[in-house]
Design a protein around this ligand. Structure first.
Ligand SMILES: [Zn+2]
Length: 101
């Protein structure tokens, strides 16, 4: 019986941001351009046309049925942890701010 088990992998945070859909409680958002009119089944952003390779759920527990659906229907989409993403994107913004690259 297969179950979801989280894994850890190294990603370039800026590359992830450029191709990430962030799913909130009711709607999705494009991480690249902040477009809000994004649907879960879209393969690219209706605004900036970026191709979605990653998805992060703000609330994994309430969206577990959707997460299972994505795994089944869109195996090419990498599901990444929203807290991890937020933490690293915050750190990379701070680095830019202080010129410490
Ligand atoms: Zn976009």
């Amino acid at each position: 019986m297969s179950q979801l088990i989280r894994t850890y992998k190294k990603y370039d945070v800026n590359e992830v941001k450029a191709h990430l859909m962030i799913y909130g409680d009711l709607a999705a958002q494009c991480a690249n351009c902040s477009e809000l009119n994004v649907k879960l089944d879209m393969h690219q952003c209706p605004h900036c046309k970026t191709e979605y390779k990653y998805i992060a759920f703000r609330n994994v527990l309430t969206n577990m049925p959707k997460l299972h659906k994505i795994v089944e229907q869109r195996p090419s989409l990498q599901i990444i942890d929203h807290d991890d993403y937020k933490r690293h994107i915050g750190a990379s913004k701070a680095q830019e701010l202080f010129g410490d690259k």
